[in-house]
Design a protein around this ligand. Structure first.
Ligand SMILES: Cc1cc2nc3c(=O)[nH]c(=O)nc-3n(C[C@H](O)[C@H](O)[C@H](O)COP(=O)(O)OP(=O)(O)OC[C@H]3O[C@@H](n4cnc5c(N)ncnc54)[C@H](O)[C@@H]3O)c2cc1C
Length: 446
């Protein structure tokens, strides 16, 4: 079953224009709504103070936009897919941290680095220092999470607590630190933003409660390959929600067999199957290692669908190339099942890299698909031999060139796998003459 997915190019442009207009408008505040601290400064000191305020406003606007960047509302997801928003969220968080650091530096520079005396009336400034420290801690932990081996879910919990706290402190700081925001238009806009952000948080919190997630019952958990499991689930409501091939959903197990954590997994089944969903999950950490312990009749709460990694969203009926690394096959599986069911006449090449032959997921299902789809060609790349040693098979320029020999350079390419592989293959495709704008990637690391 497919939801009516519309193209969203125009909405994307509108959103980008609004975002940059808000940033631009914010920068004009220290010019049009001068606070007395700017009014009574002249020359270089005035310019430095203005620059400091602009950095502060930029950091503040980016901060207020952060919850929107990662909000899990399907109407936003249809315009900007979640993985791209998550990446944008990470990059803008680094930019906002930089702007937040520059803000007090420029303000102090305008004062010739004479620090505020330790007086109670300067509490908004001291609150600002605390706020800046929190922002720096949060960004550093997020950037270096992998390096310090912090588990995703622990980091996420800390992020969930710190984010609203930072926003509350920010609003208190701005409303009290600058006369520009004490009255008039900037004050009204700020109060409106407080109201809007609070509503966003309440709605987001409501949606993250079990009430808004769809309950599914586990039908079976069967081995799909080495360290991988196929989990079939049935909706308690009787009917699966509409989705398109390649989309993913968040799964939260209920009960004490697994931690009640929310993790994203691609829906590997065909969306023509309306009575159940299939997820194929590879164990690779604390949560996924326990998937095999799920039992029939266990309940999973499912939130979805999300994502836009799908051949049905590609404008023209172009030939399709799918390149997957390991478990990155799941969106391709969903797309291939859909294509086989809808008797899609397009030429399809699937290049699938696995460590060993034992890692090939649902091998018999895939050969079933090749029997149904006469125009489907599958190339397996096995990077290790049966002893686990690195073998000479790799996706490099020569092998990729051979596998795609004579294939239409205008083809739509779907690429999903470990980040290092995705980066290399993207470069190789460019060298081989494939158009970068037609290479669609999905990252399993948000
Ligand atoms: C869009 C998408 C689709 C995915 N589809 C599949 C699939 O079909 N099959 C499959 O086996 N895996 C899939 N994954 C990956 C799967 O979500 C992670 O492997 C799993 O969450 C790891 O959790 P863990 O506790 O076992 O391992 P950990 O060691 O805790 O995590 C390993 C990495 O997975 C990511 N991760 C962990 N928890 C979360 C979370 N709650 N939300 C987002 N990212 C997290 C982090 O980048 C982390 O560094 C998908 C991921 C994404 C983002």
């Amino acid at each position: 079953m497919q939801p009516p997915y519309k193209r969203t190019g125009f909405k994307k442009i509108i959103c980008m224009v609004i975002f940059f207009l808000v940033l631009g408008a914010g920068c004009t505040i220290p010019f049009y709504f001068e606070s007395p601290s700017i009014l009574y400064k002249f020359g270089m000191a005035k310019r430095l103070l203005r620059a400091g305020k602009i950095f502060g406003i930029l950091a503040g606007i980016l901060l207020v936009f952060q919850p929107i960047f990662i909000a899990r509302f399907s109407f936003i997801d249809r315009i900007f897919p979640q993985d791209r928003r998550c990446r944008f969220h990470k990059h803008t968080a680094i930019v906002l941290t930089g702007a937040a650091i520059l803000h007090p530096m420029f303000v102090l520079w305008a004062e010739n680095f004479s620090f505020f005396p330790m007086e109670i009336r300067y509490w908004p400034e001291f609150l600002g220092i605390g706020l800046l420290s929190l922002v720096c801690v949060m960004t550093s932990i997020s950037v270096f999470r992998g390096a310090v081996h912090l588990r995703w879910n622990k980091w996420f919990l800390a992020h969930r607590i710190l984010a609203p706290l930072i926003l509350i402190l920010f609003f208190i700081h701005v409303l009290n630190v600058s006369k520009s925001f004490e009255s008039g238009l900037p004050n009204h806009i700020l109060l409106l933003t407080v109201f809007f952000t609070t509503c966003c948080f309440i709605i987001k919190w409501l949606f993250s409660t079990a009430f808004f997630k769809k309950p599914f019952r586990v039908i079976s958990v069967t081995p799909a390959a080495k360290d991988a499991w196929a989990v079939n689930v049935k909706p308690l409501s009787g009917k699966v929600f509409p989705y398109i091939p390649g989309q993913f959903a968040y799964i939260t197990p209920v009960g004490n067999r697994m931690a009640r954590e929310e993790h994203p997994f691609t829906i590997a089944s065909s969306c023509f199957t309306t009575d159940h969903l299939q997820f194929v999950i590879r164990s690779c950490g604390e949560f996924t290692d326990k998937i095999e312990y799920l039992k029939p009749d266990d309940i999973l709460l499912i939130d979805g669908p999300y994502g836009q990694f799908s051949h049905v969203l590609v404008k023209e009926k172009l030939p399709v190339i799918m390149i997957a690394g390991g478990i990155g096959i799941t969106p391709m599986l969903s797309m291939l099942r859909f294509m086989a069911h809808s008797q899609d006449p397009r030429k399809v090449v699937l290049i699938w890299s696995n460590r060993t032959r034992d890692h090939i997921i649902l091998a018999e299902k895939l050969s079933g698909l090749t029997r149904k789809m006469k125009h489907l060609v599958i190339h397996h790349v096995i990077t290790r031999d049966s002893f686990g040693q690195v073998s000479c098979e790799r996706i490099d320029e020569q092998s990729l060139g051979l596998m795609l020999y004579g294939f239409d350079r205008q083809a739509a390419v779907f690429l999903c796998g470990p980040p290092a592989m995705v980066a290399v293959v993207k470069k190789l495709l460019k060298v081989l003459g494939f158009s970068g704008s037609r290479v669609y990637t999905e990252s399993f690391l948000l």
